[in-house]
Design a protein around this ligand. Structure first.
Ligand code: GAR
Length: 193
């Protein structure tokens, strides 16, 4: 069975993307990362992807007059590359219902909270301010509702007494890096069945 052709969307440093690419190099991994796209031309992740031998390019959202035009260009590049699945890995653009409906069921996102808690931004700060005892990360399907689609996998950590947004973020990141490849593997395995 050929590996499922997967694109990764990023906006920044790309550590989740690197982890997905590295996992996908295993012979028995069911997905292949064949394209990385950033909406920010200066994203550090672009050169990391190229160093790993993956085609990487920027589609700068500021070159377009509205979301729909940006997404039309994005969609065209994804289709040209015969993309089957898309992973949003630190992709910090909200996708419109138009784009989501074209890729629904094939569009995954990693979010740094225990969804449905803390959709949107500043998740570590919000978990601390709420006095939560647990925090975590979630890989979920993207739907038209922001951070609202079905969960594929979730990982929990305990919040410690002296935690700050920075310590939470640095303890959570390694867990994100194992969670996303696991979740993509689950989705890719069932993709052709
Ligand atoms: C990750 O922590 C990811 O969960 C988060 O951005 C970071 C990207 O890091 N995503 C979101 O906040 C999405 N709303 P990375 O570029 O090093 O993978």
């Amino acid at each position: 069975m050929p590996k499922v052709r997967t694109a990764v969307l990023i906006s920044g440093r790309g550590s989740n993307m690197v982890s997905l690419v590295e996992a996908s190099k295993a012979k028995d991994y069911p997905a292949d990362i064949n394209l990385v796209i950033s909406n920010k031309p200066n994203a550090a992740g672009l050169s990391k992807a190229k160093d790993l031998g993956v085609m990487a390019l920027a589609i700068d959202h500021t070159d377009f007059s509205n979301r729909r035009e940006f997404e039309t260009a994005l969609d065209a590049v994804l289709r040209e590359a015969k993309t089957e699945l898309i992973c949003c890995a630190g992709f910090m653009r909200v996708l419109t219902p138009w784009f989501v409906s074209r890729w629904e069921g094939r569009l995954l996102n990693i979010h740094p909270s225990l969804l449905p808690k803390y959709k949107g931004l500043n998740t570590h700060q919000r978990a601390l301010e709420a006095g939560d005892s647990e925090h975590g990360c979630t890989v979920h399907y993207v739907t038209a509702e922001l951070d609202g689609g079905d969960t594929i996998l979730q990982h929990k950590i305990d919040i410690l007494e002296n935690d700050t947004p920075e310590t939470l973020s640095s303890r959570l990141l390694p867990l994100e890096l194992t969670l996303f490849p696991k979740a993509l593997s689950i989705v890719a395995k069932t993709y052709r069945t």
